[in-house]
Write a protein that binds this ligand. Structure first.
Ligand code: TXA
Ligand code: MG
Length: 357
């Protein structure tokens, strides 16, 4: 479906105006798509229980039907109607982390359309914490299926403007609730595996999950492009986990090593590329910026704490892309806490290309 214009309406992110929410809910009830803010990234929502509405998500994103969607709910009570069984583990985790950036993989109930689960026997469910998302789900009166509101393979949107760039004319309405507070997507935890296993690290850290369920397994380490074949096979289970899923449209490299060695190697790469007439973008911490002064690179500072880096990461990739750089060089960050999700997204942006120094 093409729209002459995508309407963007501002909404108060703390106390969403009921009239604005109602307008968006009406669109959803009419089977249309609405882009809305969540605390992680912007979502592209449709009535999760209506296949014809869900189908439009795949068309608007250009996403293959083999990639299942997350179902967003506003009350824990809604779980029972969407799954065949709510385990004690699921209850404990929901109580601890919902509303919030945690998605649980549970056995799908019969009311969940096959389009949502991509034919799997499981369904991904999360209760977001953003007041606009919660208000919209409540006003709509049904759960909302929503992937990130970007075109397939592009970087997830953390502002309404990012979503507009990707989906202008492809959706009727975008609710602009300002920038997302977390900045990386939700953690996806598979509760249907033998042991609870993280499929995608995200806004709730492994350490946090283990305070509730000590047996939670980290996501499998995937660092080399040679693993790509295995990944593609694995993608049958979690198709969005392809290594290039979050890739910006320009090639990127992830540097790894001591801070000093990384910065030295990045600077050397910038200089050699510059000599060949290439414009290079670099993603670094605030405290690294001085090291690049005087060179011609586009420098994007991500902050210093993991929380700051997570919030700015996707915006940074988009800014560099729009600046017309031919190559993006990123430094690595600590892997603790949110750092695991940051590393995962950087690796995906780099298509698995790591330069160890
Ligand atoms: O933070 C988020 O999770 C955002 C906001 C909008 O909620 N949503 C999001 O959706 O990131 P999406 O579609 O971009 O990523 C969802 C991931 C996909 O990689 C998909 O493969 C995986 O969840 N997924 C969905 N259902 C699944 C299932 N039944 N089993 C395994 N993985 C599943
Ligand atoms: Mg996505």
């Amino acid at each position: 479906m093409q729209y002459r214009q995508t309407e963007v309406i501002c909404v108060d992110p703390v106390e969403p105006e009921p009239a604005v929410i109602e307008r968006a809910a009406e669109r959803l009830r009419a089977g249309q798509l609405v882009v809305f803010p969540t605390e992680t990234v912007y979502g592209l929502g449709a009535d999760a229980l209506r296949p014809a509405a869900v189908e439009q998500i795949f068309v608007a994103k250009g996403r293959p039907l083999s990639d299942p969607l997350i179902v967003h709910i506003a009350h824990e009570d809604k779980l029972e109607s969407l799954v065949t069984e709510v385990s004690a583990q699921a209850r404990q985790l929901a109580r601890a982390f919902w509303p919030g950036p945690l998605t649980l993989i549970l056995p799908a109930g019969s009311c969940v359309p096959k389009l949502v689960t991509a034919g799997l026997s499981t369904v991904a469910i999360r209760m977001p914490r953003h007041p606009v998302a919660l208000a919209l789900i409540r006003a709509a009166g049904f759960p909302i299926a929503a992937p990130s509101a970007n075109r397939f393979m592009h970087v997830s949107p953390t502002t309404a403007q990012h979503a507009l760039v990707d989906l202008n004319g492809r959706v009727p309405l975008i609710l602009d609730g300002g920038p997302c507070a977390v900045g990386v997507e939700s953690t996806i935890l598979d509760l249907c595996a033998e042991a609870p296993t993280i499929l995608r690290p995200g806004g709730v850290s492994l350490e946090q999950l283990r305070t509730i369920l000590p047996e939670v397994q980290p996501p499998p380490e995937r660092q080399h492009l040679q693993e790509e074949e295995a990944l593609i096979e694995e993608a049958q289970k979690s198709p969005g986990q392809l290594p290039v899923h979050y890739a910006p449209t320009v090639p990127a490299f992830l540097f790894e090593g001591s801070t000093e060695a990384m910065l030295r190697a990045m600077l050397a790469e910038v200089k050699s590329r510059e000599e060949q007439g290439e414009l290079v973008g670099v993603l670094v911490a605030d405290e690294d910026v001085a090291a690049f002064q005087g060179c011609g690179a586009c420098v994007y500072a991500l902050g210093n704490t993991a929380e700051q880096v997570a919030v700015r990461l996707f915006a940074g990739l988009r800014v560099l892309e729009e600046a017309g750089v031919q190559l993006i060089l990123c430094r690595s960050f600590d892997k603790q806490g949110l750092g695991l999700a940051i590393r995962d997204r950087l690796l995906k942006a780099a298509g698995g290309k790591i330069i160890r120094v």
